[in-house]
Design a binder for this molecule. Structure first.
Ligand code: GDP
Ligand code: MG
Length: 360
C-alpha cells in the first residue's frame, strides 16, 4: 500500500487533483481510496469525492497531525474494506510541518504495511507568482508564514492552476521556481485536466522516489496564530419554496454572501458550497483570488427543496463570519417566498496545533 500525502494551502486544488487522479488510477484497475481531513464536521470535499464513486473516509474535527490516531485507524478501515493499493490523504489547508508530524510517524509506526509515503504540496500558481515577485500575500503575516512553510516543506511542489497564468507569467513562474527551488520536484499543472495530472501520477509512481524526508523548523507560536486567524464556519442550510425560482434564490444567496465577504475585505482561504437538489449536487468554490467555479450549476430548473452545505475558512473573527451568514438569511426571510432552516451550525477559531507525534 502506498500513501500519497497531499498538502498545500486552502483552495490550491488538492481535492480536484486527487479526484481526477483517483479516476485515472481506478480506470487502470488500481484500487484507490481517499482520506479527507478538515476541522469541521460536514465536509464538502468528502461528499464531492464520494459522489465521484471513489472510496472515501474522513478525519473531521481536527487535522491528521493532531488526530494522528484517528487518521491511522481510517487507514485500517480502508485496508479492511477495500485493501487499496493507493491512498491519497488530503490534509487541512492551513497545516504545515507534515513531514515531522504525519509522514515520518507513518514510516515509523506503519512500516509493516505501508511500502511508501510520498509528500506533495500544492500551491496556487498566481499566489506563487506574487511571492516570487515579492508582493505580499493577502493574509495576515502569521497566515502568510504557514503558506511559506508549506512551500518550503514541499518535496514534490505542484504549481497548480497553471492554466490561469498568462504566457509571460508562466515563463516567469517556471524559471524563477526552478532557480529558487533546485532540490524540489516541480510540476506545473492544471488539475482540471486528466491529461495534466498524469505527470503528477507518474512522479508519484516512480519507484522508491528516492526522496530524503527532511523535517522543517516551524515556530508553533506563529503557526498557531496563523491558523487561529482563519475562522471556520460549517453548516447546512435547507431552503424550501413553492416555485421554480428557488435555485436562483440559492444562487443569489451564495453570490451575495461571497460579495459581502469580499466587500468587507476579509481574505478568503476557501468558501465552498455543496448544493444538492433532486438527486444532483454541485460544488461551488471561491478561493483567495477571485475565481469562482460553479462546476456546471444551472440556476434554471425545478426544485422545491435545496440543501446547501457551507464550509468557509475566512480571515475574520468567527462571530463576524457567522453574523454575515445570519444577515443574509434574515434578508431572504424578509422577502418571504421561501423558508430557510439552518442545521448543525458550527463556527469557531481553530485551536492551537498540538501534534500527536513529532519526529524531527
Ligand atoms: N483553473 C483551475 N482551477 C482549478 C485547478 N485546480 C483546482 N481548481 C479550482 O479551484 C477551486 C478549489 O479547488 P479544490 O480542489 O477544492 O482546492 P483544495 O481546497 O486545495 O482542495 C475549485 O473551484 C477548483 O475547481 C486548476 O488547475 N485550474
Ligand atoms: Mg480540499
Amino acid at each position: 500500500m502506498k500513501v500519497h500525502l497531499v498538502g498545500g494551502f486552502l483552495g490550491s486544488g488538492k481535492t480536484t487533483a486527487i479526484t481526477n487522479s483517483s479516476r485515472v488510477l481506478l480506470n487502470k484497475g488500481i484500487k484507490t481510496s481517499v482520506i479527507t481531513n478538515d476541522q469541521g464536521n460536514y465536509l464538502v470535499d468528502t461528499l464531492f469525492i464520494s459522489q465521484a464513486e471513489i472510496g472515501t473516509e474522513e478525519v473531521s474535527g481536527g487535522c491528521f497531525c493532531c488526530n494522528y490516531d484517528e487518521f491511522n485507524s481510517k487507514i485500517d478501515t480502508l485496508k479492511g474494506d477495500v485493501n487499496p493499493d493507493v491512498i491519497f490523504a488530503e490534509t487541512v489547508g492551513s497545516c504545515t510541518d507534515l513531514i515531522a508530524t504525519v509522514l515520518k510517524p507513518l514510516l515509523t509506526y506503519r512500516d509493516s504495511d505501508i511500502e511508501e509515503v510520498t509528500f506533495s504540496s500544492f500551491v496556487d500558481s498566481r499566489l506563487l507568482l506574487m511571492h516570487l515577485l515579492k508582493i505580499e500575500l493577502p493574509f495576515s503575516s502569521e497566515t502568510n508564514y504557514i503558506w511559506e512553510k508549506q512551500v518550503e516543506e514541499a518535496e514534490i511542489l505542484v504549481v497548480n492552476k497553471f492554466d490561469l497564468l498568462s504566457p509571460e507569467e508562466s515563463i516567469t513562474v517556471k524559471s524563477e521556481a526552478k532557480r529558487i527551488y533546485p532540490s524540489k520536484k516541480l510540476l506545473f499543472q492544471n488539475s482540471l485536466s486528466s491529461a495534466s495530472v498524469l505527470d503528477w501520477i507518474n512522479v508519484l509512481n516512480q519507484p522508491g522516489n528516492a526522496m530524503e524526508h527532511n523535517s522543517i523548523e516551524v515556530d508553533y507560536a506563529i503557526y498557531g496564530a496563523g491558523e487561529a486567524n482563519l475562522a471556520w464556519l460549517d453548516e447546512e442550510i435547507e431552503f424550501n419554496g413553492n416555485d421554480n425560482t428557488i435555485l436562483k434564490i440559492v444562487s443569489d444567496f451564495i453570490d451575495n454572501l461571497s460579495n459581502t465577504i469580499i466587500a468587507e475585505e476579509l481574505p478568503i482561504g476557501h468558501l465552498k458550497f455543496l448544493l444538492t437538489h433532486s438527486n444532483t449536487s454541485h460544488k461551488i468554490s471561491f478561493t483567495t483570488l477571485a475565481e469562482k467555479n460553479r462546476q456546471g450549476f444551472d440556476t434554471v430548473g425545478e426544485a422545491r427543496t435545496v440543501h446547501l452545505i457551507v464550509n468557509a475558512r475566512i480571515q475574520s473573527s468567527p462571530e463576524k463570519l457567522r453574523q454575515l451568514v445570519v444577515d443574509e438569511i434574515n434578508r431572504l426571510n424578509s422577502v418571504g417566498s421561501i423558508t430557510i432552516q439552518e442545521k448543525c451550525v458550527s463556527c469557531f477559531s481553530p485551536g492551537f496545533p498540538n501534534p500527536t507525534h513529532r519526529i524531527a
